[in-house]
Design a protein around this ligand. Structure first.
Ligand code: SF4
Length: 1012
């Protein structure tokens, strides 16, 4: 973050001109508070023998101040120059003097997620640690754990112990607090016994140490000398107690803060408390009235907002800068995100503002982070995320790595994990290459997971793509070994050393050290490696499987993380409003300024209502306090830019009004912004705009001619590559080489129903759905086959065990559906055992694959079971669907007809006897005590009748005739959105110009009544 700039404020007091003794610097945004503190720190550190401690509220601000301080050092300084958070300072004291506290050794600090998990563990303990009474039904919910975990921290930050809380419960008639007090006592006792300390408790323990051990206090004061406190308006009572103790011990305290700027009230900060605290320390007040950051409209906006709230204590005056303020409203989040990305790009390209001097502040990160990140990537605007904006496990590179481990340990999840892994940096394919691979798998008639196992030469894709697929496959093989044999951190180390993608990443980082994306990936991997190291430290011999088991628990929340070197990158900062505290930029876009988001108007009230710990406000006073807090958050966002701040907002699903605070500062964004700045960003947009002019018959001929002339002058323009200007069916590579089609009975069945659906699903390979119904059907086939072959004993217990071992609830979209299918499976096994098993054990064959020639084409397939009868064979196909086909549908079934032909022509099947019946068998339906079935029986000269039906279909598919069928069964077709038979897809295949080729075989026909 670019914060205070590292220079003493040009018009403010110099550090050596500050009064002696304790001092409090009061000033609004941009008044130079941090700069002055940093200058004071620098002065003190360069004086031999003088010590200083610089403490601030957040890790991000501490890192930024440390970097600025170090950047000013010309020679070795006499004292330490680092800036720390309160937690880090307290941790240093506690871990160095743990022997003075009631621990058996050095206490282990709990991270936020660990503290949450501990609260959850205590809540779920049997017998319960607290009798929750009426609250009992809530205790096992996540929301209850969320609230209680925050509540115990809130009590610690406010120095409220169990007895104090119980007293408050009685005096305020809040029975829930009495229960919480009992829990707090148990929780604190557990921490002490387990040698653990949570984040808030660390500061409390440090205060106890200084209070109970005067010699330690004296030594600490002698060491720190002067305590410089930034963001002092955010101090909670436990932190202020540390300051009071240090001041009482003789340390000089210099605090800086904006009394009207407290935004951490939810963490225990008390708005407007700073002057009163200064008085308690006997500090002299130094007002900083001039804003070195804000001027003109920007300053006026902040003044107006502050005038609506309580007295700001220090009035701000202009400092010579000019800050523009604008607002725009958009129809939806995508338009808003696109407009702000263009705005940043133009500001960089035309006004020369470095990306590192810009920020996007998100009023509602959950709603906008995705669209904004995608828009920034689309417009090639580099960005960096702030601390806490993302959890480490959600970093894309870490997520892909975890998927690699998951797949290695559980190959059954290939359908779910493999596609994204192939397009990740570890696989290196782009979406087009993945589609080509999928298509090759479809043509080879096997699932993608099986296809990637094929020899590299048989993968059916271009050699560079095939070699990347093979590299991922090899890596996966090795990871399978490492993940089960090595400890988790060593497993990661092996992958780091052997994955080609990581070697390439390091090479890119060396070649382009300022590439924000590459640096972030390396930072995330480093942090992940550290996390694994800590994990294995706490659980020696833990493998990657153990780690995945932990992170996949529903209650696991991983730590937020701070990319260490992001501040030095020339990239736009993408932050929540809160994380922008202490930051300063040239240009800031505040996105999502909607009622409901900024200000937030709905707050979860919960059971414990931690806010009442600061005073039991009535509903009106509470509403006012909430609105004032939100206004302070808005001021924080509005006061980060020196030159320009742009507030944007957009409707969500047609709803949403611009924030009321925009009206308070005199902006009216209610009118929706048009298309924004039309200036093209780059050659692609410029040629697009020129092409639109050239193709528009309504424009004057001279204008169109000028556009064409300009287009001709643009380097790299090649009309032959223009999208949508060629007939896409002109393809030199026929789908059926030399007119010979290779297909399966199920695909050609699709072709019979609808030619276009066959094209989309089988030729283009778009239908990659692997439904849970298919997974369940496959499982039932397997269990029936095992039982019929005698590989599983035919008693109910063994059948259920075989089913249980293969049933995976993760296939299903919800537990309820998984449960339903579990029961269906059990019922089918019951029916199998009583009505089907005996006949099935007499079967001749199971899962018989066949291939046959039909009019020069190859048709393949697989028959589930072949039974013998007195006069021939019966061919069976299991259908695990609940609804059965009618006898008439079975009689017309192309699938059963093809089975018949196959039984005559495939050598293996032909050797079993003449086909006399083909059956569709429904294990989910009972009829006469066995599986329901419907059948087809061959009549005289049936083979030639089947051939007459089949050959035109094969010829049509080979000749690439892919018209949509007006009689198709479209109910479950996934391609309606791209099918010209449906309104939503009618533009998709419509040629731009009337095409002479439209009627040619192989060209897609237009929809009846649709455009040519
Ligand atoms: S929606 Fe109907 S007509 Fe269109 S492709 Fe699907 S099945 Fe064919």
């Amino acid at each position: 973050m670019n914060g205070a700039g590292g220079q003493a404020a040009p018009h403010g007091p110099r550090p050596d001109a500050l009064p002696d003794g304790n001092v409090v610097l009061l000033g609004g945004p941009g008044s130079g508070k941090t700069t002055l503190l940093e200058a004071a720190m620098h002065d003190l550190a360069s004086r031999p023998g003088a010590g200083a401690l610089f403490v601030t509220s957040s890790r991000q601000a501490a890192v930024a101040s440390t970097e600025r301080l170090l950047a000013r050092v010309e020679r070795a300084a006499g004292g330490g120059l680092s800036c720390v958070t309160w937690h880090a300072f307290a941790r240093g004291l506690v871990t160095s003097h743990a022997d003075l506290l009631p621990y058996r050794g050095e206490p282990r600090p709990l991270s936020g997620p660990e503290q949450w998990s501990l609260v959850r563990e205590l809540l779920l303990q049997e017998p319960p640690v607290v009798d929750w009474g009426d609250l009992e039904p809530l205790v096992r919910t996540r929301a209850f754990t969320d609230e209680l975990a925050s509540f115990v921290l809130a009590c610690e930050r406010r120095l409220i112990g169990p007895e104090d809380l119980e007293e408050r419960a009685l005096s305020l008639s809040r029975p829930a607090w009495r229960l919480a007090a009992a829990f707090l006592a148990h929780y604190l006792g557990h921490l002490a016994l387990a040698d653990l300390v949570d984040q808030a408790g660390m500061v409390v323990q440090a205060g106890d140490l200084l209070e109970d051990h005067p010699d330690l206090l004296a030594a600490t004061v002698a060491q720190v000398g002067t305590v410089l406190v930034d963001e002092a308006q955010e101090l909670d009572p436990a932190q202020f107690r540390l300051i009071e103790l240090l001041a009482g011990g003789g340390a000089r305290v210099v605090m800086a803060g904006d009394p009207a700027g407290a935004t951490d009230a939810f963490r225990g900060a008390t708005p407007s408390a700073l002057p009163e605290r200064a008085a308690r320390l006997g500090a002299r007040t130094v007002p900083l009235e001039r804003s070195h950051r804000l001027g003109a409209m920007g300053l006026d906006a902040v003044r107006r907002l502050q005038a609506s709230g309580p007295d700001p204590a220090v009035a701000l005056r202009a400092g010579g800068t000019t800050t523009r303020v604008e607002a725009a409203h958009f129809p939806g989040p995508a338009e808003e995100a696109d407009a702000l990305a263009r705005l940043l790009r133009l500001a960089h390209r035309h006004d020369g503002i470095p990306y590192g001097r810009m920020a996007v502040l998100l009023a509602s990160p959950r709603r906008l982070a995705g669209p904004v990140r995608r828009a920034l990537e689309r417009h090639a605007v580099p960005y960096r995320l702030g601390a806490g904006e993302r959890q480490l496990l959600h970093e894309p590179i870490v997520r892909h790595l975890l998927d690699l481990f998951r797949l290695a340990l559980d190959p059954g999840r290939a359908d779910e994990l493999l596609p994204s892994l192939l397009t990740s940096p570890l696989g290196g394919l782009d979406p087009r290459e993945l589609r080509a691979l999928r298509r090759a798998a479809v043509l080879a008639d096997q699932p993608l997971a099986e296809h990637v196992e094929a020899p590299t030469a048989d993968l059916g894709v271009e050699p560079p793509v095939a070699s990347r697929v093979a590299a991922l496959r090899d890596l996966l093989e090795r990871v399978t070994r490492w993940a089960s044999e090595l400890e988790a951190d060593r497993c990661f180390w092996e992958v780091w050393c052997h994955a080609p993608a990581f070697a390439a990443l390091v090479a890119r980082a060396e070649a382009h050290p300022a590439d924000a994306g590459v640096v972030r990936q390396l930072d995330a991997l480093t942090a992940f490696s550290r996390t694994l190291g800590l994990f294995v430290d706490g659980r020696p011999t833990a493998t990657m499987r153990t780690y995945l088991d932990v992170v996949e628990r529903a209650d696991f929340v991983s730590d937020p993380w701070l990319p260490s070197s992001s501040a030095r990158l020339d990239a736009v900062a993408l932050l929540s409003v809160h994380a922008a505290k202490g930051g300063e930029f040239d240009l800031v876009v505040v996105a999502g300024c909607l009622e409901g988001a900024l200000p937030r108007t709905a707050w979860p009230e919960g059971v414990f209502e931690a806010w009442r710990l600061d005073g039991d406000l009535g509903p009106v006073a509470r509403a006012r306090a909430v609105l004032d807090a939100e206004r302070r958050r808005f001021v924080l966002a509005a006061s980060r830019a020196r030159d320009r701040v742009v507030f944007t907002s957009s409707r969500t699903e047609g709803r949403g009004e611009p924030s009321r605070f925009l009206a308070e500062i005199g902006l009216d964004p209610s009118a929706e912004a048009g298309g924004g700045d039309p200036t093209p960003l780059g050659a692609l947009e410029a040629t697009g705009a020129l092409r639109r002019v050239a193709a528009d018959p309504a424009r004057p001929a001279a204008e169109r001619l000028a556009a064409v002339t300009t287009l001709a002058a643009v380097p790299g323009v090649d009309p032959s590559t223009w999208w949508w200007r060629r007939d896409w069916t002109v393809d030199p590579e026929p789908i059926a080489p030399e007119g010979r089609l290779r297909t399966s009975y199920s695909r050609i069945g699709t072709y019979e129903d609808c030619h276009l659906r066959y094209f989309f699903s089988s030729v283009v390979g778009l239908d990659d759905r692997t439904s849970y119904q298919m997974a369940f059907g496959k499982l039932m086939h397997t269990v029936f086959e095992l039982a019929a072959k005698g590989e599983t004993a035919d008693d109910p217990g063994s059948l259920k065990a075989a089913f249980r071992a293969r049933f995976d609830p993760a296939w299903f979209p919800s537990r309820a559906i998984a449960h339903q299918y579990w029961r269906d499976g059990m019922a089918m096994l019951e029916l199998w055992h009583h009505g089907e098993a005996e006949t099935a054990r007499q079967a001749l064959r199971f899962e018989v694959a066949f291939e046959m020639e039909v009019a020069g084409h190859l048709v393949r397939g697989r028959i589930d079971r072949v039974d013998r009868t007195d006069d021939g064979i019966v061919l069976l196909d299991y259908k695990t669907a609940r609804s059965t086909a009618t006898e008439e549908e079975a009689r017309r079934s192309l699938q059963l007809a093809i089975y018949y032909l196959a039984a005559l022509r495939d050598p293996e099947l032909a050797g079993l006897g003449p086909p006399v019946e083909m059956q569709l068998v429904y294990p989910a339906q009972a009829r006469a005590g066995r599986f329901a079935r419907v059948s087809q029986r061959p009549g005289p000269d049936y083979a030639s009748a089947v051939e007459q039906r089949l050959v035109p279909l094969l010829e049509g598919a080979a000749a690439e005739a892919f018209d949509p069928s007006p009689h198709a069964d479209c109910r479950f077709c996934a391609f309606k959105t791209i099918c010209p038979m449906w309104p939503q897809g009618e533009d998709f295949l419509a040629p731009v110009q009337p095409s002479a080729t439209a009627a040619r075989p192989g060209a897609v026909q237009p929809a009846p009544g649709g455009e040519p």
